[in-house]
Structures are given as C-alpha cells and as structure tokens.
Design a protein around this ligand. Structure first.
Ligand code: ADP
Ligand code: MG
Length: 268
C-alpha cells in the first residue's frame, strides 16, 4: 500500500504534514527504526492531543483563561503554595474530591479555579465552568422543559465541575434542593471546585435553610480541600496602583516597571 493510502485508512491527520521534517530529523540524528517510528507517531499524537486540549478548553466555558503560573503567590501570602502545588497534581480529580476556595472578592478564587481547570484539561480531563447563578438558570429551565434528568446527567459527565460565586445570591428552597441533587450525583463520582465569598457558617443563609445547607455541606466537605484566602483584592491593588500613577507628577519615575517593583515591595 502507498503511504498516503495508509495515512488515509489509519486516519492519520498530523503526520502527513510533518513527515518530511520527521524524516530529516531522523536522518540527522541517525535514529534506528524503532526510534524513528516513535518520533513519527509522536508527531501524530501531539497534533491530536493539541486538538483535544483545544476542544476541551472551548467546552469548559471559562470566563477567561488564567493559569496557575500567572498567579502571584507573593501577593497572597495566606495561600499555602504547597497545597496549590499538590492540587495542581490533580489527585483530587482522580479521586473525585472537592476543592473549595473561600475569601472576599478579588483575592483570586476564580483565577485559581480556572488555573486548576486548565491543568485538568491538559491532563486529558473534561472540565465545565459555571457560576452558581448560571447553573441554577440551566437546571430550572431543564426542569420546566421536562429534561432535568438528562441535564443532571450531562452535569455529572465532566470529571471536574467548577461552580463559581456561591453566596452572592441566596437560593430559594427549591433552587437549593436542585443544587443538592447535583451535588449528590457527583458525590464520590466526580470532582468539584467551588468558590464563595461566604464562610461555611453562612452557607445556611445562601442555601435558604439549614437542613439542605447541612446536607449539601456534608457531601461537599466529606472529601475536600478548603483554601481560605485572607487577603487584599488584587483588583483594588491594580486600581490603587493606577491611582498612584495618576497622582504622580508627570516628570517622576512614572514607568510602570518601577511602580510595579515599588508596589510589590510594599505588598511583600
Ligand atoms: P475572585 O474570584 O476572588 O473575586 P479573581 O480570581 O476574579 O478574584 O481575581 C480578580 C482579578 O485579579 C483577575 O483578573 C485575576 O486574574 C487577578 N488576580 C487575582 N489575584 C491574583 C494574583 N495573586 N496574581 C495574579 N493575578 C491575580
Ligand atoms: Mg470570582
């Protein structure tokens, strides 16, 4: 069989385009047959892997792509880096455990959740990001259209579900019991990351009443890592920095890099 025909039958999509380069490399490095084959197959695999990551990134519906690498841990000393490093290893996803980020607005809860989500996607997992508000809208619409069961199933499918912004809007009793059904479905089957500006003690108010809140918390916290962020808003820091820059005389040390350094030194 011709090579092109083989590529076609085997549905190789990426190797054909890079075959010339792979062969050149193999000749240069005087690779033996098995090593050459490995490099050729790796070219195909890398292309497929990239496409898988891209499609999972789209399906995740992140509000913005944020990475753990871009997170400034010096600015948020209450966060234990080792805990985040462990979480980035994704054992919690494999074990279907939960992660809960608590803290006031602007301290990086969404950023860290998305950063872990990106890691999970790179490792081959399906991820879905939603705010609690969007989630409720979706569940209620599904129920009114008689497809709640199917939607609950769809929401159990991603290996990691991120539910952002718990606590900004209190849920009705009815909404809380819908959320409970979802949490119960995922319990010990698939991981969740939750973020909230409220402490656990206030989750009773968030979920309308203590009984459902207790049942939800009971399942969520059974296997969970809680990261309590006590610190300053990064957004305010940036605003303040902008204010500082504006208030400086135009001839002063106005280059952003200088101010960056000063500001960081203050925060440290
Ligand atoms: P929260 O969800 O806690 O309200 P976000 O995660 O949305 O806060 O953070 C607000 C903004 O500040 C985002 O653009 C985020 O990327 C950025 N940010 C927050 N904390 C940090 C940090 N420590 N390092 C880098 N960027 C940060
Ligand atoms: Mg947020």
């Amino acid at each position: 069989m011709q090579l092109e025909q083989l590529f076609d039958r085997l549905k190789f999509e990426y190797l054909p385009a890079s075959l010339e380069a792979v062969c050149e490399q193999a000749a240069k490095q005087k690779l033996d047959y098995p090593d050459f084959l490995a490099q050729a197959l790796e070219a195909e695999w890398a292309g497929r892997n990239r496409r898988g990551i891209d499609s999972r990134m789209t399906q995740a519906h992140f509000p913005a792509v944020k990475t753990l690498e871009a997170f400034d841990f010096d600015f948020q000393p209450s966060i234990d880096r080792q805990v985040l490093r462990n979480l980035a290893g994704l054992a919690f996803v494999e074990r279907a455990e939960n992660v809960i980020f608590l803290g006031p607005p602007g301290v990086g809860k969404t950023h860290l959740s998305v950063g872990l989500g990106v890691k999970a996607i790179e490792a081959g997992h399906r991820v879905l990001f939603t705010t609690l508000d969007q989630l409720m809208t979706r569940l209620k619409r599904a129920r009114s259209e008689n497809r709640l069961e199917r939607t609950l199933k769809q929401l159990t499918y991603p290996k990691l579900l991120i539910v952002d912004e718990i606590g900004y809007l209190p849920l009705s009793r009815d909404e809380a019991s819908l959320f409970f059904r979802l949490v119960n479905r995922r319990y010990e089957r698939a991981a969740m990351i939750l973020t909230s500006n409220k402490s656990f003690a206030d989750w009773g108010e968030v979920f309308g009443e203590q009984v459902i809140a207790t049942a939800i918390l009971d399942r969520l916290l059974h296997h969970a890592t809680t990261v309590n962020i006590k610190g300053e808003s990064y957004r305010l820091k940036e605003k303040r920095r902008a204010g500082l820059l504006k208030s400086q005389p135009p001839t002063g040390a106005e280059t952003p890099t200088n101010s960056d350094k000063e500001d960081d030194a203050d925060a440290a």
